[in-house]
Each structure stands twice: as C-alpha cells, then as structure tokens.
Design a protein around this ligand. Structure first.
Ligand code: URA
Length: 236
C-alpha cells in the first residue's frame, strides 16, 4: 500500500507536491471515485486516474552509458544539442543520475526511478566515483596530499579523496592522475585541480560505486542487472 501522492509521483505523473495539488483539486479518482484525502492508500490493484486518464505504474529501467565527450548530460538542451537521452533507445522517460560535463566522458547512469536517483545523489551518500584525469602541468606530491585531505572551494572543504599519480610526462608538461571522490559538486574535479593552477585537459569517469565501463565502447550502453540495481539501493 502506498499513499496516493507517492503512487502518482512514482508513476511519473508529477512531483509529489504537484500530485498533492492534483488530489486537492479533485482531479484524481481511485476506482471511479474522486479522492480528496492526501493520505489515501492505494495498491497496484486499484485503478487510478487523473483527469479521466488511467495512470499506469511504469516499469523502472536502469542504464549504464559510456558517455562520449560533446554530449549534454540533461534531458533537453535549449540550444538543440544532442543529449545523453538521444543515445539510448527507450520509450521510458529517463533522466541522468547526476551529471558529467559536456567535455567529460565516462560512466553515467540513467533511469526513470526518482527514488534511486535521490538516494544516490543525496550528499549524505558517499558513493565512490573514480575519474581519470589529464592535467596540464606537473603536479607535486605535496599538492596531492593536500587534495586528499581536502581543500576549501567556495567556502566549503572538499571531503577526503584518494589521488594517485599514474604518469608524469615531463616532455609535454602533462600529468596523468586518478582521483576518487565521494561528492558530486559542480565541476568538482576541475575545480580541485584548478585550486593549484592546473587545467584539466581530459576527464573521464571510469567507476561509479561498484560499476565500471567493462565491455562498453564509447557511446555504448547496457541495462543494469536486477542484482546491480539491488546493490545500488543497498549502498550506504
Ligand atoms: N568533475 C568535473 O569537474 N566535471 C565532471 O564532469 C565530473 C566531475
């Protein structure tokens, strides 16, 4: 049994708050009867309609995409550019869980499951994300230590991270590093290196929690297995 407004939002009708308004406005019927009570409980056997149109619980879908560069991580782009949604062949209304920048490639999850998305993007959930980074300049080990402990960006200290230097290319003045972070602040990785004056010239997310890009080429995607979805739900 589920509260009517939660049921409506889980069906993708509207947000929880908007669904409450629909109920209060008398636009929602359960088994043919108008329901005005917000706490009203329904289950899958009930026939729920909004403005006379039956609402169906949509199947939840989960995709893991190897996002290419030069693709927007949103559902729509006002400049008409290609988005990650255009890369996935589905009729469900999916959206990305978090974002990768236009020029960042790598692992991106997409779903129509708002509950899982809220859970994974909530700041209290320390989901490990690993990025492979190419920097202009030669990073110092003292800077790596500072980055790992946390630096202050926009007045807020970054949480602990793990930074591994993979290769230093002195000839071309480039550093290749791998950074593991648990946060998802705006331009987080770029800003962390910019703090020491390094520009990120290439950025790729290789891992998200226990998931990686195995067996996928750039631009390809796969569905998550039910076991993987369950595991994502159980992450703390
Ligand atoms: N950090 C960034 O700066 N950009 C991304 O796309 C992801 C993490």
């Amino acid at each position: 049994m589920e509260r009517l407004q939660k049921y409506l939002s889980n069906c993708g009708v509207a947000s929880r708050r908007k669904s409450e308004e629909l109920i209060k406005e008398g636009r929602v019927k359960v088994n043919g009867e108008t329901i005005l009570e917000l706490g009203f409980k329904v289950d899958i056997n009930d026939i729920v309609s909004v403005d006379g149109v039956d609402v169906k619980k949509e199947d939840k879908v989960y995709y893991l995409l190897y996002k290419p560069e030069k693709i927007i991580s949103s559902v729509k782009d006002d400049k008409g550019r290609k988005t990650v949604i255009d890369l996935i062949d589905t009729k469900e209304k999916i959206f990305p869980i978090g974002r990768l920048d236009y020029d960042t490639s790598g692992l991106l999850l997409l779903t129509n499951d708002g509950n899982l998305s809220n859970l994974l993007t909530h700041p209290s959930h320390n989901i490990n994300k690993i990025y492979s980074v190419k920097l202009s300049g030669i990073i110092k080990s003292s800077e790596v230590k500072e980055l790992e402990k946390g630096i202050v960006i926009d007045g807020v200290k970054t949480k602990k991270s793990i930074v591994k230097i993979k290769k230093i290319d002195k000839k071309n003045n480039k550093s290749y590093v791998e950074i593991t972070i648990t946060e998802g602040r705006y331009h987080q990785v770029k800003n962390m290196f910019a703090y020491f004056g390094y520009q990120v010239v290439k950025l790729k997310r290789t891992n998200y929690a226990f998931l990686d890009l195995s067996n996928l080429r750039i631009g390809e995607y796969r569905k998550l297995t039910p076991k993987e979805v369950k595991k994502l739900y159980s992450l703390k």
